[in-house]
Design a binder for this molecule. Structure first.
Ligand code: SAM
Ligand code: SF4
Length: 335
């Protein structure tokens, strides 16, 4: 039997996040600069290569696959890839196939995603105000995303909204967004802004809204109960008793979640990042491309990479500046 992936700290690796493109139809201010240089197409893993990569990870025990980017749904013919992954759901090897999207293309693809076996999607949405949405995404249009959300729910997909908590930007929408999600039976997760990539003039410390503060404000209006649920990642959940709604907090900066980390990240060029907050990575593309007829070298490269998974990240806002900053953009590693 194939040995599953266990890292040096005895953490089983069962979750792979895959960035299928570094491109995006938005330019969110905390994620990208307005003028981004994207990778040449030949650098990207082809859809066939992505299939081989993901299938190898599934064979090695990965049970959850999250497709991300950049914007995954702007990659040409990406539905072919989703449909190929269906076979792993059918075999039972893969327990969940899911994606994180900005929602702009969901109106087109929600039905196809459901048909491919996707049951849940995370949609990133930081504000319900059309003008503020246009400002924060630079290129995005809110009505298009709202139609995408409707289409997703109509297709039977469970939707979770992810909102980046931005000081002075969406603080005033804490309750309106909570209520809006409750009405639509959507869970809501708040994400702390992370120091990733050069994004131009924005100052990370100015944007940083501590989720402990956000939670305290929620508790002024709701009864907030901690939930024991753990995902092996940086998310912690509470229930709002009045609405029954689940609210998540992704706090890589205020909590250390690394001890239970079960995940690794594959970029669209085939680099494997063992930790979101560290620069170390392994080139899996060479192992894949140099051996078109055998997955054994790829398996060996994956095992060697997992053996180097670090204990944790070093992000820290607690001193004056932003420590532990990593130079790559979130759109490169996939958020
Ligand atoms: N384009 C898709 C989307 O926006 O959902 C998927 C990729 S995006 C990089 C994944 C997530 O990362 C989004 O929820 C986004 O808000 C988040 N993100 C991007 N840059 C971030 C940063 N500097 N700090 C925290 N979250 C960030
Ligand atoms: Fe695109 Fe997502 Fe980054 Fe926004 S957060 S620019 S939608 S990749």
């Amino acid at each position: 039997m194939t040995q599953s992936l266990i890292d040096p700290f005895q953490r089983p690796i069962s979750y792979l996040r895959v960035s299928v493109t570094d491109r995006c139809d938005f330019r969110c201010v905390y994620c990208m600069s307005e003028n981004m240089t994207f990778l040449p197409k030949k650098e990207l893993l082809t859809l066939e290569e992505l299939d081989r990569m993901c299938s190898t990870f599934v064979r090695l025990g990965v049970e959850k696959l999250r497709i991300t980017g950049g914007e995954p749904l702007v990659r040409r013919d990406i539905m072919t890839f989703f449909r190929r992954m269906t076979r792993h759901l059918d075999s039972g090897a893969l327990k969940e196939l899911t994606l994180t999207t900005n929602g702009s293309q969901l109106e087109r693809f929600a039905g196809d995603l459901y048909a491919a076996g996707v049951r849940r999607v995370n949609v990133s949405l930081d504000t319900l105000d059309e003008k503020k949405f246009a400002d924060v995404t630079r290129w995005g249009r809110l009505p298009q995303v709202l139609r995408g959300l409707d289409a997703a729910q109509a297709a039977g997909l469970r939707v979770k909204l992810n909102a980046v908590a931005l000081k002075g930007f969406n603080e005033d929408e804490l309750f309106s967004m909570t209520e809006w999600c409750a009405e639509r039976d959507m869970d809501l997760t708040w994400i702390e802004v992370m120091p990733m990539g050069d994004i131009g003039n924005e100052d990370r410390l100015d944007q940083y809204w501590k989720l402990t503060d956000l939670r305290a404000r929620l508790a002024e209006q709701y009864t907030v109960t901690d939930l024991p649920e753990r995902t092996g990642g940086p998310a912690r959940y509470v229930r709002l008793e009045e609405t029954g709604q689940k609210i998540g907090f992704i706090t890589p900066l205020t909590h250390n979640f690394c001890e239970s980390c079960n995940r690794v990240r594959l970029t669209c060029t085939g680099e494997l990042f063992m930790c979101l907050g560290q620069e170390d990575n392994a080139d899996l593309r060479a192992a894949l491309r140099n051996h078109p007829d055998s997955d054994e070298p790829l398996e060996a490269a994956i095992r060697a990479a997992i053996a180097l998974k670090p204990k944790g990240h070093d992000f820290d806002y607690s001193r004056q500046g932003v420590d532990g900053r990593v130079s790559r953009h979130m759109s490169h590693t996939g958020g």
